[in-house]
Design a protein around this ligand. Structure first.
Ligand code: ADP
Ligand code: MG
Length: 306
């Protein structure tokens, strides 16, 4: 068997006049933790539905574990694990019953594959008699992951498994994925959270069905050439307006409680920028603080979008 686990070749998918995927191509290798990073509507779910054989591409070809998504869909369905974004469990069944159900459907038993799920099941064990619908979001996702793993798939496809769950559960979930990687399971995961990109081996940045870049997170960051200034003040909103009006502003982005600012003049001095801001309105901006920062994936994403 070749090392390619997923091969997507010039895949396009439209819904009426919406282009959900626009001539998308990429390859993932065995054992990779591969991230599809993009905001809502970028085509992540459409891509995963094609790979899991639930829908067909309009054009192009796709192979999963060397099987063709159109001709060999049965083979694909039995060899992958899939956690769709929305609730995928039987809400009336308990934790234990859900797991047993998925094991039976795939012709296996919990016992046979317990070693693979035990690190995750430890979290669930205290709630094993609880119905799935009464679990927290984080627990539901851990159970969905156990159910997707119970037949020991070679490829795991997870559609936004961490969306809407609390930050602690999100961290637990990523720790679990890192451990699964050691079992040589290839993982394809989508997320709208840019700060999760760095946890992947390689990522695709995708927007409106177009791939902006494919690389390691470090590779994407090292290709970024701008100088970013992080600027804070208690009057962030006013500062945002001021900088957007500035002639030599190249990019002004609000990031939580700071502004990421890029000037057309790459060599602008922090002091120069600071006096410009303070002089424009000393009563508003006397507390302004500026520092040079290194880019994050979100900065790269914004730059690539333009
Ligand atoms: P994501 O998962 O990244 O949010 P989707 O693949 O769900 O993206 O959607 C990509 C685009 O296709 C969006 O513009 C979305 O509105 C549209 N879309 C998705 N599914 C359908 C559908 N069944 N019918 C019509 N449009 C759809
Ligand atoms: Mg989606």
């Amino acid at each position: 068997m070749t090392e390619e686990v997923v091969i997507i070749n010039e895949v396009t998918k439209k819904y009426d006049n919406i282009v959900a995927l626009d001539n998308v191509s990429f390859v993932t290798k065995k054992g990779e933790l591969f991230g599809i990073i993009g905001p809502d509507g970028s085509g992540k779910t459409t891509l995963f539905r094609i790979l899991t054989t639930l829908i067909k591409p309009d054009s192009g070809s796709a192979f999963v574990l060397n099987y063709n998504v159109i001709k060999d869909y049965r083979k694909i369905r039995s060899s992958i694990g899939y956690v769709p974004g929305r609730f995928s469990l039987y809400s009336d069944l308990t934790v234990e019953e859900n797991l047993k159900f998925f094991a039976t459907v795939f012709g296996t038993t919990i016992k046979e594959n317990y070693d693979l799920i035990k690190d995750i099941y430890i979290f669930l064990e205290p709630f094993k008699k609880r119905r799935a619908r009464n679990l927290s979001g984080g627990m539901q996702q851990k159970l969905a992951l156990c159910c997707a793993l119970i037949h020991r798939p070679k490829l795991l496809i997870l559609d936004e498994p961490t969306t809407g769950i609390d930050p602690v559960s999100r961290n637990d979930f990523w720790d679990i994925l890192k451990n699964l990687e050691k079992e040589n399971i290839t993982i394809l995961i989508s997320t709208p959270y840019m700060n999760e990109a760095k946890l992947c081996d390689r990522i695709i940045l995708i927007q409106k069905g177009n791939i902006l870049d494919i690389n390691t997170p470090a590779g994407i960051i090292s290709n970024y050439k701008e100088t970013i200034y992080s600027i804070t003040t208690s009057n962030l909103y006013k500062l945002n307006l001021l900088l957007r009006e500035r002639e030599s502003a190249k990019s002004v982005q609000l990031f939580g409680n700071e502004i990421h600012y890029i000037d057309k003049n790459k060599n602008i001095k922090i002091e120069e920028l600071k006096s410009y801001i303070i002089n424009s309105s000393p009563e508003n901006f006397s507390d302004v603080k500026i520092k040079k920062i290194s880019p994050d994936i979100e900065d790269c994403f914004i730059a690539l979008m333009k």
